[in-house]
Design a protein around this ligand. Structure first.
Ligand SMILES: Nc1ncnc2c1ncn2[C@@H]1O[C@H](COP(=O)(O)OP(=O)(O)OP(=O)(O)O)[C@@H](O)[C@H]1O
Ligand code: SF4
Ligand SMILES: [Mg+2]
Length: 321
């Protein structure tokens, strides 16, 4: 087996907010996340709004500095490398954002936008750079003559193709795509998804794919990471988890999607108002205030991660029936 293209160990990211009367409040947006991603594979990250998916993406591509934990690219620990070596490693992991138009410079012709990373990171000649730009445009289904146009002259789908081309231009090993389809017309979403899959097939690139669309996630992923309030609730092989989710939160998430509503068994019990109130100030399981199976131990103790043949479940009582 190859070594992982990307490995993350106990990654944490806290944000400090100035609160009432200048009291500092700390939000643990990412709380002890670990996973590994192998070449040519896709790891999807799911979880409701505010669970920390985009915060994770920003740490992975170096937009932000993690509070603690380690990121390994090609088994090199980023935090132990010099700034120069880090910059070289970050060429291997690039990002595609949700909104293609706001991710592109509106005043720059796309040829220039695509050439820029090559100018900064390589010593290629102008002719060599232009050749790579043209090849990459063709890879994403656009034509070399498009280089002279500005972003607003393209449709949303074409803009996302340009953003994908920019992510690909330095031949990365990993692309982190943060909801890359959700700002696009439904009719265009399938085309961009097919493009991403074809690029993976041809180039062997790995994806960290962030999405709310569980149907798409099941279709394209090798692994899935289910997040809630910054923590990993369940992580492992996509088939294992979608066939037999063992965390109460994963079940809740799947059962709120029409495709899975009838196949996932989930208790309809909700914790009492009094229990919810106690859960707010407790230091146990982060899901306790919403969990149908929560008990006193869930308020008192953080659950350990249980491992079922690689399916990792952070719960005192994983659902194994
Ligand atoms: N720069 C920041 N400063 C302070 N808090 C932040 C910052 N970025 C994110 N947060 C907080 O961190 C938590 C996780 O946010 P994040 O945007 O990562 O969630 P998400 O899973 O991407 O949500 P969505 O599905 O809506 O995109 C939220 O509580 C958010 O308010
Ligand atoms: S630890 Fe308790 S509250 Fe948390 S998911 Fe498991 S049963 Fe629910
Ligand atoms: Mg987000």
């Amino acid at each position: 087996m190859h070594s992982p293209a990307l490995r993350v160990d106990h990654l944490c990211k806290n944000y400090s907010l100035s609160g009432w009367r200048n009291r500092k409040k700390v939000i643990a947006a990412i709380d002890d996340i670990s996973f590994q991603l192998f070449p040519g594979q896709t790891l999807s990250v799911v979880g409701e709004s505010g669970s920390g998916k985009s915060s994770l993406a920003r740490q992975l591509v170096g937009i932000e500095q993690p509070t603690s934990g380690k990121i390994f690219i090609n088994e090199k620990n980023l935090s132990e490398e010099s700034k120069k070596e880090q910059a070289i490693l970050f060429r291997q992991i690039r990002m595609v954002f949700q909104n293609p138009f706001s991710s592109l410079n509106p005043h720059s012709r796309i040829g220039r936008t695509l050439e820029e990373p090559l100018k900064i990171n390589t010593s290629l000649s102008s002719k060599e750079r232009k050749d790579i730009v043209n090849q990459t445009l063709q890879q994403v289904g656009l034509r070399p003559e498009h280089t002279n146009r500005f972003p607003h002259m393209f449709s949303g789908g074409q803009q996302q193709r340009i953003a994908i081309a920019r992510a690909l231009i330095l031949e990365p090993k990993v692309i982190v795509a943060d909801e890359p389809l959700s700002a696009l017309d439904v009719s265009v979403q399938a085309q961009i998804l097919n493009l991403l899959m074809a690029l993976q097939e041809n180039l062997g690139v790995s994806y960290v794919f962030i999405s709310h669309d569980l149907g798409v996630v099941e279709h394209i992923s090798d692994q899935v990471l289910v997040m809630y309030r910054g923590q990993v609730m369940e992580y492992g092989d996509i088939e294992q988890i979608f066939d037999a989710p063992k965390h109460p939160y994963t079940r809740k998430l799947l059962s709120s999607t029409p495709t899975y509503r009838h196949t996932v068994k989930v208790s309809k019990v909700t914790p009492s108002a009094e229990f919810k109130q106690r859960a707010k100030s407790a230091n146990g399981c982060v899901f306790a205030s919403r969990c149908p199976y929560a008990q006193q131990k869930c308020l008192d103790e953080q659950p350990e991660q249980h491992n079922f043949d690689g399916q990792k479940v952070k719960c005192h009582w994983p659902l194994i029936e």
